[in-house]
Design a protein around this ligand. Structure first.
Ligand SMILES: *Cc1c(COP(=O)(O)O)cnc(C)c1O
Length: 455
């Protein structure tokens, strides 16, 4: 159902195409050869052998004519660039935070902020930490605590805000680790689980707890616009507000945000820290100059700042957000209707297929999610991402295949074509064979391990 166009059921792409990129169409025989050459690891497949690339929504956005136009008029001055002023003004306006520190992407923002605030032995709670966030904290000797609500860990729960933090556990955590929590976080939307939103009520509750304990509240804001949209359409009393007003209220609850522009910044590279804590700035800026660049470009070209300034505004457009959230809903509904079990409700940027439920003839040692991801490539030319035993390096609680959707890239006809192809996958699913690992590195094995079909 469209929220922005009540006269139509179909939610359309709210744009027309100006620059097109042809899709690669490898044949079935070619895809089978590609899989064998890549050792059944989709990270080792070349993009030009992929028809539909759903590996990630990060940095894969199609930019608008307005973004490309802004890039052409960028001011590439080393210091005091006009493009920085424009970027800073937009970030201030959207977030309300007066201080803006550009970085080349989200993890650089994490590293800078954590290096200035976090000591060994510290504890940092969140709903779920994204993997780079966790790694940057652990690298400093701190503990990253995940306190998502129980419904957020249950694939069958239909809770409308599965990304919420458990306020009871948060309160207990703040008491237990008093004096050792240099900042508290919440990720919106919660990337874990495919972009499950957090309600305004829950954000208010967390902010109140953090404030009462004197803990600065930092929002991981990568998908702040998608989260604001879910608040608008799902939270009682929020339906008449603009996503921009909702986003602003969320930022008003916090002391700072960390942002990867590669998500709701609608750009291919870029990020920032924004904060109202002026006291953090001298240390942040020194580290920035040491490792990223001068404070008015922070590791980016001025043209990237221009694209991000325009992208942040475009991400808050209601027609865009209505369409954006319709994509994963459409795919989740289409897959469910064809007998493919997916995690419900779908989040903002991805759909997760439950490979264990779909392929009950494979046990965990036969790597069902990896096997299904490879089958989707073999049969449909779709690249997805295994989130299961291969990624976690041990038998995982769930065997999931994630389809993450790039912004403004694929059309409804593409999704219909893929759903049609799934019918064939469903018909022959009992013949899908498991995989075994034949080669693996000691860390982060999912990126480079090689596999071989069983039997
Ligand atoms: C992508 C992401 C990051 C890290 O951003 P990069 O730009 O990839 O470095 C941090 N947090 C969340 C929730 C993300 O999705």
């Amino acid at each position: 159902m469209s929220t922005t166009d009540p006269t139509h059921r179909t939610v359309i792409e709210p744009f027309k195409v100006k620059v097109m990129e042809p899709l690669p169409f490898p044949t079935l025989a070619e895809r089978e050869r590609v899989l064998a050459l890549a050792g059944w690891n989709l990270f080792l497949v070349r993009a030009r052998d992929v028809t539909f690339d759903f590996l990630t929504d990060s940095g894969t956005t199609a930019m608008s004519a307005a973004q490309w136009a802004a890039m052409m008029v960028a001011d590439e001055s080393y210091a005091g660039s006009r493009s920085f002023e424009r970027f800073e003004a937009v970030v201030r306006d959207v977030t309300g935070f007066p201080h803006v520190v550009p970085t080349h992407q989200g993890r650089a923002a994490e590293r800078l902020l954590f290096q200035t605030l976090v000591k060994p032995g510290d504890v940092v709670p969140s709903n779920n930490h994204f993997d780079t966030t966790r790694a940057n904290l652990e690298q400093l000797g701190a503990t990253a605590l995940d306190l998502v609500i129980a419904e957020g860990r249950d694939p069958r729960s239909l809770h409308p805000f599965k990304g919420e933090i458990d306020l009871g556990r948060l309160e207990a955590c703040c008491r237990e680790h008093a004096g050792r929590i240099p900042l508290g976080m919440i990720t919106i939307t919660n990337n874990t689980g495919g972009g499950q939103p957090v309600s305004l009520a829950n954000l208010r509750g967390a902010a109140e707890i953090y404030r009462r304990h004197g803990i600065p509240f930092v929002i991981d804001a990568c998908r702040f616009a998608e989260n604001a949209w879910f608040v608008k359409v799902r939270e009682p009393g929020q339906g008449e507000r603009t996503p921009r007003a909702i986003a602003r209220e969320i930022f008003d609850l916090a002391d700072a945000c960390l942002m990867s522009g590669k998500k709701d910044g609608m750009v291919n590279i870029g990020g920032f820290i924004a904060t109202r804590q002026g006291a953090w700035l001298p240390a942040l800026r020194s580290l920035l100059i040491l490792t990223e660049g001068f404070p008015t470009y922070g590791g980016l070209a001025a043209r990237d700042l221009e694209a991000l300034a325009v992208g942040l505004e475009e991400a808050l457009d209601e027609r865009y957000l209505d369409y954006r959230t319709a994509v994963s809903r459409y795919m989740a509904d289409g897959l469910t209707a064809r007998g493919v079990p997916v995690m419900q409700p779908p989040g903002g940027h991805a759909v997760y297929i439950d490979a264990r439920a779909f392929l009950p003839h494979l046990d965990a040692a036969e790597l069902p999610a990896q096997a299904l991801a490879c089958e989707l490539y073999r049969a449909l030319g779709v690249r997805s991402c295994e989130i299961g035993s291969v990624m976690f390096g041990k038998v995982a609680a769930m065997e999931l295949v994630r389809l993450a959707f790039p912004r403004r890239v694929y059309t409804q006809a593409h999704f219909d074509y893929i759903l049609e192809g799934f019918e064939e996958v469903v018909a022959r699913k009992d013949a899908i064979r498991g995989l075994r690992i034949v080669e693996e590195p000691p860390f982060l094995r999912h990126f480079t391990a090689r596999f071989e079909p069983l039997g």
